[in-house]
Design a protein around this ligand. Structure first.
Ligand SMILES: *Cc1c(COP(=O)(O)O)cnc(C)c1O
Length: 405
């Protein structure tokens, strides 16, 4: 503790003078990390219960991922897609196999994967489904979060995401999440795709009613519509399965992946689908300078190899049961509701206890990092490498904070 007194204040002051104020971070300045732990500039240690919104599913600096990155740093880091590189093919093949699909479109950030999915769905609608030009519609869900580009925020119903950023891209229709009848009513002959998060993350870990994903699949099949699952936050082990869609044995037409795919090292995202869908793209129609770069591909391949063992999905399932058991007794005791899917929990804090932000600040003083979402919800999403005792300790800290201690 206090290796460098005042270092936090100095660092925050320097940062706030030059940094755009599009975030309001907790007053903790992190300097190093290892597994589930991070340490600040004063030497204080924290358990990371956010995992960079699932980008750190394997923890900070997982040895296999760091080794893959370091090896690749010594060889080749960027070629652009003007040329081929010797890592991209192996990554794409492994990722396609993990997803049970034929083809991969590599990008960098999650929002780019979503944008790419939208473009692919529209091109598919015109070229395969024969929707009249410029008339394709994509159905999304209320409460969605798919990223921050202007097209994407245009169909967000969170005012802080879209206010003053219009005008927006047309062609999107929004229906109630979890309501299959509302979805069916919104489908028209012009519908190209349904784009949903199988579990809504930023909305507060909102789990749809059982059977909803199967109903979405069935409706998409019946009406010739693509089912695009944004698994950027929910996928790659978080919910106790490789994909949240697996929880209902549902296979979407298109997976959108990101976050954990970069192993907590570099941004790596992808659109994964069968040839009948992704095959609509022709050379020159879409791209990204950094997409599919050899460093990203080497890290992404190492991530897929970790997931192929099933070990992380299994950990998330087993520890997720434990987390649900630890959180259940808190309901009625500072918590109004909890929603748990694998190692992923949304916890609605009783207003009498304080805001989600206040709970996050108090937890930080106890060495636990979480982030609020909306006013009264906090999320618990530790790296999947967390140990049972660490999880117990973290929830105990939450219990104490909720009890006002
Ligand atoms: C984070 C997230 C995105 C956007 O990813 P970025 O890498 O931040 O652009 C898209 N969809 C979902 C479900 C997400 O959680």
């Amino acid at each position: 503790m206090n290796d460098q007194p005042g270092a936090t204040a100095r660092s925050i002051e320097a940062e706030d003078a030059v940094l755009a104020r599009n975030y309001a971070p907790l007053p903790v300045v992190l300097a190093d990390g290892d597994g589930v732990w991070v340490r600040d500039v004063e030497g204080n240690r924290y358990l990371d219960l956010l995992s960079a919104y699932s980008a750190l599913n394997f923890g900070h600096r997982h040895p296999a991922l760091i080794a893959a990155a370091q090896d690749q740093l010594g060889r080749l880091t960027l070629t652009s897609r003007a040329f081929r590189n010797d890592k991209l093919g192996a990554f794409a093949a492994a990722l396609a196999r993990l997803c049970g699909k034929d083809m991969v479109l590599p990008m960098n950030t999650g929002a780019e994967a979503v944008e790419s999915g939208i473009k692919v769905a529209r091109a598919w609608a015109y070229r395969v489904k024969k929707v009249p030009t410029e008339q394709a519609e994509i159905i999304v869900a209320h409460g969605n979060f798919h990223g921050r580009t202007t097209t994407i925020v245009g169909f967000s119903d969170d005012p802080s995401a879209h206010l003053d950023f219009g005008p927006f891209t047309p062609g999107f229709v929004s229906v109630r999440f979890g309501d299959a009848a509302a979805l069916e009513a919104a489908i028209t002959p012009r519908t190209a795709a349904v784009l949903i998060e199988p579990i809504q993350g930023e909305a507060g870990v909102i789990i749809p009613p059982a059977g909803y994903l199967r109903a979405v699949r069935e409706l998409c099949d019946r009406h010739g519509v693509l089912f695009i699952a944004d698994e950027i936050q929910s996928g790659l082990g978080r919910t106790g399965a490789t994909f949240a869609c697996d929880r209902e044995d549902v296979v979407p037409d298109v997976y959108l992946l990101g976050k954990a795919l970069g192993g907590g090292i570099v941004p790596v995202s992808a659109v994964v689908a069968d040839e009948r869908v992704l095959g609509v793209l022709r050379p020159g129609e879409h791209g990204s300078t950094f997409g599919g770069n050899p460093l990203a591909a080497a890290v992404g391949l190492a991530v897929v190899e970790l997931l192929a063992t099933g070990e992380y999905q299994e950990r998330a399932a087993v520890l997720g049961e434990r987390l649900a058991g630890l959180l259940a007794p808190l309901v009625g005791d500072g918590v109004t509701e909890t929603r748990v899917a694998g190692l992923w929990a949304g916890i609605d804090v009783d207003e009498a206890v304080g805001s989600g932000r206040q709970v996050a600040e108090r937890l930080a003083t106890r060495g636990v990092l979480v982030k609020e979402t909306h006013d009264h919800t906090i999320r618990i999403m530790p790296p999947l490498v967390i140990e049972a005792e660490q999880l117990d300790w973290a929830v105990e800290q939450l219990r104490e904070v909720l009890a006002g201690r």
